[in-house]
Write a protein that binds this ligand. Structure first.
Ligand SMILES: *[C@@H]1O[C@H](CO)[C@@H](O)[C@H](O)[C@H]1NC(C)=O
Ligand SMILES: *[C@@H]1O[C@H](CO)[C@@H](O)[C@H](O)[C@H]1NC(C)=O
Ligand SMILES: *[C@@H]1O[C@H](CO)[C@@H](O)[C@H](O)[C@H]1NC(C)=O
Ligand SMILES: *[C@@H]1O[C@H](CO)[C@@H](O)[C@H](O)[C@H]1NC(C)=O
Ligand SMILES: *[C@@H]1O[C@H](CO)[C@@H](O)[C@H](O)[C@H]1NC(C)=O
Ligand SMILES: *[C@@H]1O[C@H](CO)[C@@H](O)[C@H](O)[C@H]1NC(C)=O
Ligand SMILES: *[C@@H]1O[C@H](CO)[C@@H](O)[C@H](O)[C@H]1NC(C)=O
Ligand SMILES: *[C@@H]1O[C@H](CO)[C@@H](O)[C@H](O)[C@H]1NC(C)=O
Ligand SMILES: *[C@@H]1O[C@H](CO)[C@@H](O)[C@H](O)[C@H]1NC(C)=O
Length: 639
């Protein structure tokens, strides 16, 4: 739910010089289509982050398809024995001789050895160099487009013929016009585009000609926040030319919730973010938008409205009257009540005077929810009743995916615990064990999509990936060994308590109420359900908002990425006559190798450094980020 604008400023200097290409050099890449915007020469002193992509080991590539079939074909004896990331790096790494030859060329051209780094995945040599240095190295001239988000490139460049065989391509260099070109990946550490997400999580755009199952539309929940078609169209035309203008979700309006909005009606950044991530992944599959509540309720302070209750009512009629934990139907002090005869904030259209909508929509196979509150915002009985509902949805084969939150171990701001500043604050409904929580990761500046991501921690925004341990729900069986492994090998340095018991029974007052466990002096519940389960990128995401390109982020982005990939997997299963995948946590905890373990970063909050991302499950990034190909292999192998 974050929103900020990237400002990359390059001076508008002009300097003309040309240079003869010495013998022994060959053209390595040439731009096929001219790029009229790249017309301004770059200042010779501007620093460029240079990346030389080295060719993979030839023998490995020749065998790669056979290896893949060995681990993914159901009749193979090695089925499911996926490779570790270390083995992949090792087998595919370029030969030492190749790395040495390219490095020697750089050092003999004046790029000192200490300036050159070899990426963790061994596929890249990286160094920063001035335009002047690079132009002399590659015998070329660099241009930029004078835009705020500057594009930088040359029309062709040269390398010595003796090392050409070792080099895939060099960035920044010839910016391709082809949307699938690897050049699109050069700036993923600055702007996450759909191409970056595909490279990160190992999948391609869906086959536009494959038959689609009409029963598999991705569900997205929104409340009090609206998409605008004009911004979606700008996003599509700038990032995903394969998605036509006008593509939009099917509206399942709940109790007066309406979308889209025009710019004049204050569209929200959350909806734009959700669709900017989901459409590029699932298209041409449809998206179903569950837009909840009339404006009177939708705009009410999140901590005062019950959240999700009217949504559950609408997709499960029995929830309207279901009794559990001392509550039946909607809670008069917490939930929106319909018909709503109170006039709204702006016009009569803001109110929904119809009856409460009960069981009017069928839940989709996968539902993405980038909204949430904190456990201490709501009474425990209320959360338990909602959690039962999630269990019932899971039993029907619905996968509910939720953003873990953007506040680290705290409740908003690095310093804020909202509980006398001394106890970590788990997010809700996240702590319900029957939901899949998605934490946030980022590509560190200077890294490529092929380097391991780290847990997101963005101090300007007070933003880090929410995680921790519930004070309401105990550790579920499917998670027990992962959490035990974490405590055994990476015990966090904080005092803790057991049987955390958030048992508030009246309407909340966060500053006044203290958890039962406070007297025990711990700050987290050692045997609570761990959050999150998995993670995905949630930082520096390209979106369009009010007609302008900008950057957005939050686990709000991570959630639709993960949910969209699950929806793609469901589609593949439907094609072979299998059913949806339902609650995925037991499968993911049983086969964590289908995820990329995140082992760096932390989630500060509550005046502490938070927890650390480590090997295995951790309360920052869970089991890690998706590898679509591996996840698909796993779920296709299951009955
Ligand atoms: C997607 O939605 C559109 C518009 O509602 C509909 O015409 C189309 O049939 C849907 N596609 C599938 C595969 O259900
Ligand atoms: C979609 O769901 C309906 C109702 O469950 C079912 O009758 C139909 O066969 C399904 N269609 C496909 C293509 O699976
Ligand atoms: C799609 O919509 C955008 C934004 O309105 C516009 O700039 C673009 O030209 C449109 N593309 C097509 C193919 O109509
Ligand atoms: C966005 O797309 C529009 C229409 O395709 C194009 O005119 C414009 O230059 C693009 N803007 C950026 C920043 O890519
Ligand atoms: C948005 O503007 C269009 C064109 O001006 C109009 O037809 C439409 O009714 C407006 N939508 C809303 C939700 O106000
Ligand atoms: C809502 O507005 C209408 C028309 O302005 C008015 O007649 C009615 O009394 C109002 N209802 C409430 C509950 O304020
Ligand atoms: C929570 O509080 C209620 C009402 O005070 C009480 O009946 C119940 O036993 C408590 N539950 C736990 C687990 O302490
Ligand atoms: C919550 O408690 C604080 C501290 O006791 C008090 O100042 C505040 O007025 C209370 N707020 C509400 C809404 O009761
Ligand atoms: C972890 O990230 C920090 C910066 O956030 C970086 O300095 C460090 O090298 C990284 N460590 C590993 C093992 O990747």
């Amino acid at each position: 739910m974050l929103h900020y604008v990237l400002i990359t400023c390059l001076g508008l200097f002009w300097l003309a010089w040309s240079r003869a290409v010495p013998p022994g050099h060959v053209v390595h890449e040439t731009r096929l289509l001219s790029h009229p915007q790249l017309s301004r020469r770059m200042h010779p002193d501007t620093l460029l982050p240079m990346r030389i992509g080295l060719k993979h080991n030839k023998d490995a590539l020749a065998n790669a398809e056979r290896w893949l079939m060995e681990v993914s074909h159901p009749h193979s004896p090695k089925y499911g024995q996926f490779w570790t990331q270390e083995t992949i790096i090792d087998v595919f790494r370029p030969s030492d001789a190749a790395v040495k030859a390219v490095a020697r060329w750089l050092t003999s051209s004046g790029i000192a050895k200490h300036r050159i780094t070899h990426s963790d995945n061994k596929g890249w040599l990286a160094f920063d160099a001035t335009v002047q240095e690079v132009e002399s190295l590659l015998h070329t001239e660099y241009f930029h487009d004078g835009q705020r988000r500057a594009s930088v490139g040359c029309n062709q460049y040269h390398v010595p013929s003796r090392i050409q065989q070792h080099i895939d391509y060099i960035t920044p260099g010839v910016k391709g016009q082809d949307k699938n070109s690897n050049d699109e990946l050069a700036n993923c550490d600055q702007v996450i585009t759909p191409a970056c997400v595909r490279a990160l999580y190992n999948f391609d755009t869906a086959d536009p000609t494959a038959p689609l199952n009409p029963n598999n539309s991705l569900g997205i929940f929104e409340e009090g926040d609206f998409y605008t078609q004009a911004d979606l169209d700008l996003f599509f035309s700038n990032h995903t030319s394969y998605i036509p203008n006008g593509t939009h979700p099917t509206l399942n309006s709940i109790d007066g919730g309406l979308a889209p909005n025009n710019w004049t009606d204050f569209p929200g950044s959350e909806s734009e973010l959700d669709f900017a991530l989901a459409y590029p992944i699932v298209y041409p599959q449809n998206i179903t938008l569950f837009q909840t509540d009339d404006m009177y309720y939708a705009q009410r302070d999140a901590s005062k409205s019950g959240w999700f209750n009217t949504f559950f009512d609408a997709i499960d009629g029995s929830y309207c009257t279901y009794s559990a934990w001392g509550e039946t139907g909607n809670d008069p002090s917490l939930d929106p009540i319909y018909p709503d005869l109170r006039n709204g904030t702006a016009s009569d259209q803001d109110i929904y005077a119809g009856p409460l909508m009960c069981g009017v929509y069928k839940p989709t196979n996968v539902i993405s929810i980038s909204y949430g509150v904190f456990e201490m915002d709501l009474p425990a009985y209320y959360q338990k009743r909602q959690c039962d509902e999630l269990l019932k949805l899971a039993l029907q084969g619905v996968s509910v995916v939720q953003a873990s939150g953007d506040t680290g171990v705290g409740a908003g701001g690095y310093e804020d615990c909202l509980r006398d500043n001394d106890v970590f604050t788990p997010t809700a409904l996240n702590s319900c064990p029957w939901i899949t929580n998605v934490g946030g990761t980022t590509i560190e500046t200077g890294n490529t999509v092929y380097d391991p991501e780290v847990a997101v921690n963005n101090p300007w925004q007070d933003y880090s990936s929410s995680g921790g341990f519930s004070n309401i729900f105990p550790i579920p069986d499917y998670q027990a060994s992962a959490v035990a492994h974490y405590f055994k090998h990476h015990d966090p340095p904080y005092p803790y308590y057991h049987d955390g018991n958030w048992n508030q029974t009246t309407t909340h007052n966060r500053t006044k109420l203290l958890p039962v466990e406070k007297k025990q002096k711990g700050i987290y519940n050692r045997n609570g359900r761990g959050i999150p389960d998995v993670a995905a990128n949630g930082d520096k995401i390209a979106v369009w908002w009010y007609g302008e390109p900008s950057l957005s982020g939050g686990t709000s982005a991570s959630c639709p990425i993960f949910a969209s990939l699950l929806n793609r997997i469901v589609e593949e299963r439907l094609k072979v006559g299998k059913g949806p995948i339902g609650f995925v946590n037991p499968a993911l905890y049983a086969y964590p190798e289908v995820l990329n373990d995140i082992t760096n970063g932390s989630n500060p909050g509550c005046g502490t450094d938070g927890f650390r991302a480590v090997e295995g499950w951790d309360p920052v990034t869970g089991l890690g980020t998706p590898d679509y190909a591996r996840m698909l292999g796993l779920f296709l192998s299951l009955p």
